[in-house]
Design a protein around this ligand. Structure first.
Ligand SMILES: [Zn+2]
Length: 475
């Protein structure tokens, strides 16, 4: 965008009643945030070893900004507490405490030994995906379960709303249900993530996003098989039977696409998209791939589009907006695989995510530029505390590479979320927000990362960095 069109856009916006004040340093036309749900640093590494037989070959390994982020919630209540009691604290130095521990972590799959006090700390007081999405999207920490809802029981304004008010377009896509916690955090507000019907209704009826894509299709099971007479519950992810009826009859703001062919046409620009809003509901009630039968790789579902295809399709629609856009892309099922301690499908899902990152990078380089688009790649929290086989004897021993195409050697230390520091990569205008606001943490050297990367920000900084890049002031 030229300086002239940029200042004209700013002028037009400053006269609009709803437009927030623009800061002078706004540089980015587009911001893209990509979230692999529930991935610690060794999750990223497991996929790299399997794909490349080595670290350092993923596109984000080349990004200038490579730091870490804290993910802890305000509190671990499942509803607003209206008080500061029970607020979670966080001290990264406690993560590295190698004092032996006799504690036992009781997981859903079984018991996990403590081994070290640092592990106990990492496995305590962790966020859920709702509080994490609220932090990333609204800049506010809240209780677990909150979808842009404060601990004072009030609605929180999220980045998607700021972006749409500024005249830009919003896109949100996920490999899991579009009303699941992470996508909901960029689209909706709710006191509880479990109110899928309410969240689904808000997504469809608000028409806030120009593109929404995910799963949650009432007429297909988790194996992608057609279900002829679904019960009412099957409609929950899309806002209930009434919302579905209006959506499928074309009575909402959205053009509905469902088949893999239509997702691929949108990605290849072979579908007339001009002036339309799209809701892409892949033919699965659960996830694009993870919930198919079996526990290994292979025999993938034919009727699900790839996350990379969904991302390309979304970008083709969003880039029609001359003022720019915000896009959130979630690889949602990495978390589901970690909850199951399923290493093959964890790696499969992380590769699916990495391929989507590559598609986005290709789009930036072919259709935009690193002067115009800020790309942030991160996760919302760790899951599984995945480490190497010797991590029972020595704290934080890394996973062991077995070469490309082979599963690395690992040890799981939990089957749920953690409050470990998680990786955050960024490239483009405003990426340096994270290095400028990062706090030094020498303990991160345990991950064998360079000194430039031994910094941590808070997950709420993703919201601040996004608004800063656009030059939008938070209210
Ligand atoms: Zn999550």
């Amino acid at each position: 965008m030229s300086i002239l069109t940029k200042s004209l856009a700013a002028l037009a916006l400053s006269t609009a009643l709803v437009a927030p004040a623009f800061a002078q340093d706004g540089k980015a036309r587009n911001v893209i945030v990509m979230i692999t749900d529930g991935a610690g640093i060794e999750t990223f590494r497991a996929a790299s070893y399997f794909r490349h037989g080595a670290l350092g070959h993923e596109v984000y390994d080349e990004f200038d900004t490579r730091v870490f982020a804290a993910t802890y919630p305000l509190n671990t209540s499942n509803k607003p507490t209206l008080t500061n009691d029970g607020a979670v604290t966080f001290d990264p130095a406690k993560l590295w405490n190698a004092t032996p521990s006799d504690a036992v972590f009781e997981g859903a799959l079984g018991n996990y030994k403590g081994y070290f006090e640092g592990y106990d700390y990492a496995r305590a007081d962790f966020t859920d995906s709702a509080a994490a999405a609220t932090a990333l999207a609204s800049g506010h920490k809240s209780y677990n379960n909150a979808i842009n809802w404060s601990n004072d029981d009030k609605k929180l304004k999220h980045v998607g709303e700021y972006v749409v008010e500024s005249g830009r377009a919003l896109g949100v896509i996920s490999s899991v249900q579009l009303s699941h916690a992470t996508p909901a955090g960029f689209l909706a507000h709710n006191v509880s993530r479990n109110d899928y019907v309410g969240i689904g209704k808000e997504i469809v009826d608000s028409g806030l996003a120009t593109v929404v894509m995910g799963t949650g299709h009432p007429f297909y099971d988790g194996a992608g098989k057609r279900v002829e007479n679904p019960d009412e519950n099957a409609f929950r992810f899309i806002g209930g039977p009434d919302t579905w009826a209006r959506l499928s009859k074309g009575e909402t703001a959205y053009t509905l696409i469902e088949t893999r062919e239509d997702f691929e046409k949108l990605a290849a620009e072979n579908l007339d998209a001009k002036g339309q809003k799209f809701l892409g509901l892949a033919q699965n009630i659960q996830t694009l791939q993870f919930n198919r039968p079996g526990v290994g790789m292979g025999d993938r579902l034919e009727n699900s589009p790839a996350l990379a295809v969904m991302a390309k399709g979304a970008l083709n629609v969003l880039d029609d907006n001359e003022k720019g856009f915000f896009l959130m892309v979630e690889g949602g099922a990495v978390d589901w695989a970690a909850h199951a301690n399923n290493l093959p499908r964890l790696i499969e899902e992380q590769i699916e995510f990495n391929e989507a990152v590559e598609a986005v990078v290709d789009w930036v380089e072919a259709n935009s530029s690193w002067d115009d688009t800020l790309l942030i790649v991160t996760t919302d929290h760790g899951n599984g505390l995945l480490q190497g086989p010797n991590s029972d004897k020595e704290a934080y021993q890394p996973i062991v590479n077995q070469g490309a195409g082979a599963l690395p050697l690992v040890r799981w230390h939990t089957d749920t979320h953690t409050r470990e520091l998680i990786p955050l990569y960024a490239k483009g205008p405003g990426a340096d927000f994270f290095t400028e606001n990062g706090k030094r943490e020498d303990g991160l050297a345990i991950y064998e990362v360079g000194e430039d990367s031994q910094l941590w920000v808070d997950n709420t900084d993703v919201f601040r960095a996004s608004l800063n890049a656009f030059g939008i002031k938070a209210e």
